[in-house]
Design a protein around this ligand. Structure first.
Ligand SMILES: [Zn+2]
Length: 164
């Protein structure tokens, strides 16, 4: 993990300089370490425009727009880019922010994090560890269980209800 993080950070700096923007750094920097990779043209075909903007360009959906915000059934939330299960309904909570929020990922392997300094803020970016797709950010003002608030873009995920 340390190696990968190191690689991501350094890749980010180089690519950010190249593109004059750090929006693409996670995806491009992580490419070689990922299990699921596609060309940019393939991602554009595979994803809806909104999914592409969030997952591949680190856009943020408008708050209170995701149907997953009010998804309260038991089940699993998966990355919309590669179907990697990333969050469980058991850790979902109402943050009041307008974005689906969780206090923990399904496990530590399913997501990766990088430092995000865009928008003049220092934030921790959260992405899918399998395809590198941007999912959201994690903040340290979550509920007491972990103290973390994983602030996710609903459009970047799909929901699979639990089968009983
Ligand atoms: Zn993914």
């Amino acid at each position: 993990m340390l190696t990968r993080r190191f690689f991501l950070t350094n890749g980010a700096i180089g690519l950010a300089a190249w593109f004059g923007s750090s929006r693409l750094f996670t995806v491009l920097g992580a490419e070689e370490a990922l299990q699921v990779t596609h060309t940019d043209a393939e991602w554009r075909k595979l994803l809806t425009p909104d999914q592409y903007a969030v997952l591949r360009q680190s856009a943020t959906e408008r708050p209170f727009t995701s149907p997953l915000l009010n998804e309260h059934r038991p089940g699993v939330f998966a990355c919309a880019g590669c179907d990697n299960s990333v969050f469980s309904s058991e850790t979902k909570f109402e943050s009041g922010t307008g974005w689906p929020s969780f206090w923990a990922p399904l496990n530590e392997q399913v997501i990766g994090t990088t430092r995000d300094t865009t928008l003049d803020m220092i934030r921790v970016e959260v992405h899918c560890s399998r395809c590198g797709g941007h999912l959201g950010h994690v903040f340290n003002d979550g509920p007491k269980v972990t103290g973390l608030r994983y602030c996710m873009n609903g459009v970047a995920m799909t929901f699979e209800p639990a089968t009983t």
